[in-house]
Structures are given as C-alpha cells and as structure tokens.
Design a protein around this ligand. Sequence first.
Ligand SMILES: [Zn+2]
Length: 200
Amino acid sequence: MDELLIDFSSGPGKFISLKEADVLYDKGSDYMIQVDDDLFFAAMNDEDLENEDFINHSCEPNCGIRGSLQVVARRDIQPGEEITFDYAMTESSDYSMPCKCRREYCRRIITGNDWKNEKLQQKYAGYFSEYLNKKIFQDILQKLENSFGIARNDRRLQPGQDWSAVSITHKTVGSGLPRLRCGAVGWRRKLSITSRQAQS
Ligand SMILES: [Zn+2]
C-alpha cells in the first residue's frame, strides 16, 4: 500500500496555466495533470512524453495521488496489471469524457466535478491531489456550517493538524450539538461526526 509508482515531478514537463492547458488540449495533446485551480503539469511536446503520461483513468483504480504529482498504489498490484487512477483525484477543470472502463461502478461520464461526489470523497480519502484535499475540507466545513451551525473558526475544527485528507460520517443529524471527533490514521485524517443523541 502507498508504494510510490510514478513521480511526474522527476520527469520532463512544464507547469502551465489553465489557459495554456486549453490551447494544448485543443491541439489534441492532453498529457497533463491538474495540480491547482489554474495550474497544470504538462508534457509540452513529443519529447516530453514518457510511458507514464499514458496512464489511464479507471472508476475502480489501483492507484491514487500523493502530493500533487506522485502516483501511489492503493492496493497490491499484480505483474502485468495496468496502472490506473481516477481522474476525479486530480481534475476540477471544466471537462468531460466518456469512460469505458467497464468496472462495476463505472460513472460512464467523467467530469471535472467528480471530486465533489461525497461517495468518491470517502472512497478516495487520502488519495486526492493536495489542492483537491483542501477544497474538499472547505466543502466539509461548509456542510458543517449548514447542517450544525458550527462556525468554521470553531476551535474544535482546528486540531492543528495537516488535513491532508478528510472524510466525514454523518451518523445522525440530531437537534443537539453534534460531537466532533478528530483523529489521525497514519497521514490520513478522519473527522467523524455523531450527535450526542447517538452517543447515549
Ligand atoms: Zn469507468
């Protein structure tokens, strides 16, 4: 688990803006990985291309992302098995593509909004690109605010941890103040919420 398989940062390529990425994409070259809202790491020409750039999307991938540019194993991988990750782990730009991975949970259409899918957020906790982890955490804080009226500057939400990944469990949405539990499993963080009623 979590074995490093590919490190794009050690290979050729260039950091480019969304605008530059669009130009490249329109030319038919989409060997790039999104690393922030307006930042992509891309192979700019054929010389930049490596085998690693052909890594495919799967809706049931054997790999995930560490940091922004590293691909790590989510489970044991057999010799000859294709290396895949889910583009939901890195992409948030305005794009969509059909998927024919034929896995049981295939989403058929992959879009730049897939990282917002709560099921995927839980499934891939710890395997999203760093900038998406941050977005997901902001998302969760927003939901806490909406559901429980907990302000995002509430000190219970400030464990002084590096929130590399957060997943959330709504066990009940009671009328009482929910109890927050923050814990760390390795470098993955888990924030689970249960209401006081659920505790008693
Ligand atoms: Zn699929």
